[in-house]
Structures are given as C-alpha cells and as structure tokens.
Write a protein that binds this ligand. Sequence first.
Ligand code: GLN
Length: 199
Amino acid sequence: MYIGVLALQGDFLEHAEMLERIGVRAKLVTSPRDLDSIEGLILPGGESTTISKLLDSSHLGEFIKARQDLPIFGTCAGLILLARSITDGRADQMSFGYLDIEVRRNGFGRQIRSFESDLDILGLSPTPMKAVFIRAPVIEKVGAEVTVMASVLYNFEGRDARVPVVVRQGRYLGSAFHPELTSDTRLHEYFLQSVVRSR
Ligand code: GLN
C-alpha cells in the first residue's frame, strides 16, 4: 500500500521519511496519475497560498476532489487546505473544505511565530507528544462533527484561550503543528491504523 505525500511545496520529504520509518511506502504526488495507487494522502506544511496556486495550475486540486473516498491528513499549511473557512489568507486561496473548521493563518501572533508544546492527544498512548508549531494556523471554530483530539492553552496578548490543534472529522485528520519534524511517529501511525486502515 502507498500513502501519497503532496509534493508541490513544503516539507513533504520529512513526511515521506516518517512514513518509511513506520514501514509504509510513500509516493510523492506531483501529478494526477500519482493519485491512482494511493490509499491515503498527506498535505504537508509549507505555504498554503503557494500550495493552493500549484494545486490549481497542476489540476491536482480537481483530481484530489474527485477521489472522494481518500483519507487525508493535513499538517499546518495542509490543515489550512482542509479547512472550511480561512481568515487572513489570500482572497483567491483555495481549500478543500473537508474539515468543518475556521482557521486564522499565522494566528499565534507575529512576535512568537514558533513555539513547542507537550500535548496529550486523544487516542495516542499516554506519553505527551512534543509538538513544533511554526507560523501555525489557529483553529478558531470547530463544527459539531469535528472531534478535537488535542488542544493548547495559549496566551493571546493577555487573554488565555484553549486552541484545538489536532482535529478529526471522519477520514480527515489535521494538526496545526509539524509531527514530521520530531522523531515521534505516533500521529502518522494513528492516521495509518485508525483512519486509513479502519475503513
Ligand atoms: N503560515 C503558513 C501558511 O499560511 C503555514 C506554516 C507552516 O506550514 N509551517 O500557509
């Protein structure tokens, strides 16, 4: 079985390496025919505006939409691409809208654009997971069908708020951070076992 990693821009190689590390063959997806052999797809972190443009010009966006049964895991920019609604994006930025969430790009503020946090994630073994956030989106609203699997308490200029950072809705999984940048493979394994293979 192959899991595809959208390889238009961003840190797709790190995702591919992580998949290989958990014993899954990774297929770098750069053209529509790469979608034929895959049973799940990862949308990596990077720049969602750029990835959006490339999805459009390569027609990959349309072909991904046509594969309606495909489980998808989006991380950071990839999460933005899965969101129903994007604030502070570009006006022409596309998203698949598969996760009923509203996100704000770069929503953790200008000064602290990157941070780390130890997360307890629902459905993963109890040891917290180290999460690396890099100019991450803030999930501002989640719909009733969305399960929040982890959240962080964050101080927004004096106001504390709990922000969802791992969400799932059926075959769609998203994280606001970069699980591919640490050596912890659990979220990739979760996607494989509980999202892709359980279907
Ligand atoms: N800020 C980026 C965007 O809007 C996401 C950052 C990332 O993927 N690390 O697309």
